[in-house]
Design a protein. Structure first.
Length: 417
């Protein structure tokens, strides 16, 4: 049976857009072309035109980072660089996208506060959805998205790039094969970042404002770390955390160092958490956008009854030592390698796009589906709720809303109660 041709709408033309466009381009260059980007939707027309066609529209934004590992540093790209037989229309009203019969898939990069509204509208109109992480502004909003997808029988995917990163996938394979034995502890910690001590993260002020972002670092980075922890170690049973705001003022500065914008955050920039997994393993998770005068980082690590992973180095009691990639190359079968890297795709964003498009074609769930994104959201908000009530909390308490002291004002604001 021939593949269905999909029309895709990209909603929210923000700073993460180039990373996603590069992923679409890799799929196109590989000959995977059963889709076209037919609409670009943004609040400001110039933001959409910036990505439509090379040689037209406003100039590209300057990258906010030179960190080669940060997708926000991806070079600018235009839809016309991917396919020029069809060029997308531009709209400043995402609601018009939902009425278009030529739009079958909706890919959402808008501000977190509107994720649920856009996604639910698309799902109810029979469109499949992928949404950037964190998936929603509160757990209730995320639950509503999952329920809308189930009711409509549509695909809901969360663009959780960590899951699709090469080393992360290979470590997951190692854990599933039992190479580390019974897992005992998980660790991920850093203090200080590219945005320390007082820069506006990614020059995106809404990331620091509770009613637009839901939370600060706890959601933006926490969603990644909790997905990683759960992907490797399984469900979390308890979280105890603090989520302070260390820097009360943040700034955007120009090339000369002059302040061009001042932001007063009301969302956390730091989190430290202890957790217990359902398997009985324990974990420590910590991160900060603060930190003056220096930065520290602990290699992400796993310890088990048969060995450990520290960063990308594996050390097993049977004498096996090497990088994650070396161990995977040595012990994984060809069938396992194809499962971990379908079609040999190793770029995280490309693989997440392929998985979503495959799911939309086959009507089978993607790896990072709405349920996975919801549990990431639950664990991230569990840190904020634990800090608010001053005790350990369970993810189930957060999922069912029995502990919602932090989120209740947000849910009231967005009419989710």
């Amino acid at each position: 049976m021939a593949e269905r041709e999909f029309g895709i709408a990209l909603v929210g033309c923000g700073r993460i857009m180039p990373a996603h466009l590069h992923a679409y381009k890799e799929l196109w260059d590989r000959g995977l072309r059963s889709w076209r980007i037919v609409v670009l939707a943004a609040r400001k027309e110039e933001d959409a035109l910036r990505f439509r066609k090379r040689g037209e529209g406003p100039p590209p934004r300057q990258p906010v980072t030179t960190n080669p590992y940060d997708p926000l540093g991806k070079p600018h790209l235009y839809v016309s660089d991917i396919h020029d037989d069809v060029l997308p229309e531009v709209t400043t009203d995402w609601r018009t996208v939902m009425e278009r019969d030529d739009v079958h898939l909706v890919d959402i990069y808008a501000t977190v506060s509107v994720h649920h509204e856009i996604a639910i509208a698309a799902l109810e109109r029979g469109k499949d959805v992928q949404v950037e992480k964190p998936m929603a502004v509160t757990v209730r909003a995320g639950r509503a998205m999952v329920e809308a997808a189930k009711k409509a029988g549509r695909i809901l995917s969360v663009a959780e790039s960590v899951r699709y990163s090469p080393d992360v996938r290979m470590v997951h394979w190692m854990v599933q094969k039992g190479l580390l034995g019974t897992l005992q502890t998980f660790h991920s910690f850093s203090m200080g970042s590219d945005w320390s001590p007082d820069k506006v993260v990614a020059q995106t002020p809404w990331r620091h404002l509770k009613f637009l972002a839901g939370g600060g670092a706890s959601l933006d980075i926490g969603a990644h770390l909790w997905h990683l922890a759960r992907y490797w170690c399984g469900p979390v049973s308890q979280i105890f955390a603090v989520t302070p705001l260390l820097e009360p003022v943040r700034y955007i500065r120009d090339e000369t160092g002059q302040i061009v914008q001042k932001v007063e955050p009301d969302a956390d920039d730091t989190f430290f958490a202890l957790c217990r997994f359902e398997t009985g393993a324990f974990g420590t998770v910590g991160f900060s956008w603060g930190g003056r005068g220096g930065r520290i980082g602990m290699p992400t690590s796993l310890f088990g009854s048969k060995g450990c992973l520290i960063g990308d180095q594996v050390s097993l009691e049977d004498g096996t030592k090497g990088t994650v990639a070396e161990v995977f190359a040595q012990f994984a079968s060809e069938e396992e390698k194809e499962k971990v890297f379908p079609l040999g795709i190793t770029d995280a964003f490309t693989l997440e796009k392929w998985d979503w498009l495959r799911a939309c074609q086959t009507r089978q769930p993607p790896e990072a589906d709405g349920e996975e994104g919801l549990w990431d959201l639950v664990c991230s908000f569990a840190m904020l709720e634990s800090d608010a009530v001053g005790r350990p909390v369970t993810p189930q308490e957060i999922l069912d809303g029995t502990v919602d002291q932090y989120q209740r004002p947000l849910d009231e604001h967005y009419g989710l109660l």
